[in-house]
Design a protein around this ligand. Structure first.
Ligand code: ISJ
Length: 380
């Protein structure tokens, strides 16, 4: 048989499949109306289990798992179709539309912004990238940035979320579970670490290097190349530079920014010593109020999914069905729950698209715990 004949047979099978699919979804829509009239939930796990059992029995062995995967997807599609019929205007979608209409068109120019660190920290550089003229309030910890927003002390907070070399900043993801906030903008900041010491020091004199643990992690290869040097963690890279400047020692250096060399009158003994030349950190701006500024094309959400096989797959299949691209997936253990995880997703989709609205109403309905973290644009 040639390829043409085989493809004709595939087309024939597809025509039958498509016809059956449309009929199945049509009945599913009728079931949605029935459920509405009889106050029944959309999801009927017993019915789905029974159907999967029948599918398994009715499929020859080599195709059994494939058929079961296909039916799991069909159930998902059928449930999301029913949800669309039953809740076309979910409360979350109304809230998002309200925020799009109610947010000023111009991003704030001179607000009070909380960030962790001191003058010269990368967070300060991020604040300046995110706002034209930020009025920066420095906090000692990431948590105090969240609580400054929560208490209304500051309107915005700037926090690092992930680094292209060292990965996610877990502490921030964990704090996200504890505080209620929205992301209103993000920025990618190129991070160059330099070895800074008092003027006149040479690399061979260095016995101790101090910096923030993220910077230490990002400069592993360079640090390994120096022998007999003690590595000490500091609260942030700017504080490390300040400590060196005030130490009165000529055997100590800091890994810090170029900006800090000028700020603390230090000399740069080695430039861009991070492992990856292209070292970026992503920062987010958070607010207590949901604001969606023009051009929002990224959305962050977080959710707890039931602790059973296929839970995450079910969520992912919705992104797939609506053609929504996932740009980041992170998971963190939920405190006090045995190996249960909170999942964080970054989606690449304009907040104005109908698919996005459909996804938001569907997810809010299927997850155990679901939080919309905002829609925003990223400055690169
Ligand atoms: C279609 C229904 O709704 C949901 C979808 C199902 C399906 O697609 O077969 C089965 C059970 C429900 O979770 C139904 O209740 O029968």
């Amino acid at each position: 048989m040639d390829i043409k004949e085989l493809r004709d047979r595939i087309d024939e099978a597809d025509a039958a499949l498509l016809d059956a699919f449309c009929r199945r979804m049509d009945v599913s829509a009728q079931l949605a109306e029935y459920k509405k009239d009889n106050a029944l939930p959309i999801y009927d796990p017993a019915r789905e289990r029974q159907k999967l059992g029948e599918v398994a029995l009715g499929t020859p062995e080599p195709l059994r798992t494939h058929a079961m995967a296909l039916y799991s997807l069909l159930f998902d599609l059928s449930r999301s179709y029913q949800e669309k019929i039953l809740c076309p205007d979910a409360p979350l979608v109304r809230q998002i539309t309200g925020a799009i209409d109610g947010t000023p068109k111009l991003f704030p120019q001179t607000p009070v912004v909380a960030c962790q660190g001191v003058e010269g920290a990368y967070s300060q550089l991020a604040c300046e990238k995110l706002f034209p003229v930020p009025n920066i309030m420095y906090c000692t910890t990431f948590e105090s940035v969240f609580s400054a927003i929560d208490s209304g002390l500051c309107r915005y907070g700037v926090l690092p979320l992930e680094n292209s070399t060292a990965g996610s900043i877990n502490k921030i993801y964990d704090l996200m579970m504890k505080y209620r906030f929205y992301i209103v903008r993000s920025a990618r900041l190129k991070v160059d670490h330099n070895l800074l010491a008092k003027k006149g020091t040479s690399v061979k004199d260095i016995k101790e290097i101090i910096s923030h643990e993220q910077a230490i992690n990002q400069c592993g290869a360079f640090l390994k190349s120096l022998s007999g040097v003690r590595i000490t963690a500091a609260e942030n890279t700017a504080l490390a530079a300040q400590t060196v400047a005030e130490s009165g020692r000529s055997d100590i250096a800091a890994l810090s920014s170029r900006y800090c060399a000028d700020l603390y009158g230090l000399e740069c003994l080695a430039e861009s010593v991070q492992d990856q030349g292209n070292n970026y950190t992503r920062f987010i701006t958070i607010s207590k109020v949901l604001e969606i500024y023009p051009g929002a094309d990224k959305t962050s959400i977080m959710m707890a999914v039931p602790h059973k096989p296929g839970s995450l797959y079910r969520i992912l299949s919705r992104f797939y069905a609506l053609g929504i691209n996932l740009i980041k997936l992170e998971s963190r253990p939920i405190p006090d729950r045995d190996f249960e995880f909170m999942f964080y997703f970054d989606l690449d989709t304009p907040v104005y698209s109908p698919q996005f609205a459909e996804l938001m109403s569907a997810l809010a309905a299927v997850c155990e715990e679901f939080r919309y973290l905002g829609s925003y644009s990223e400055i690169v």
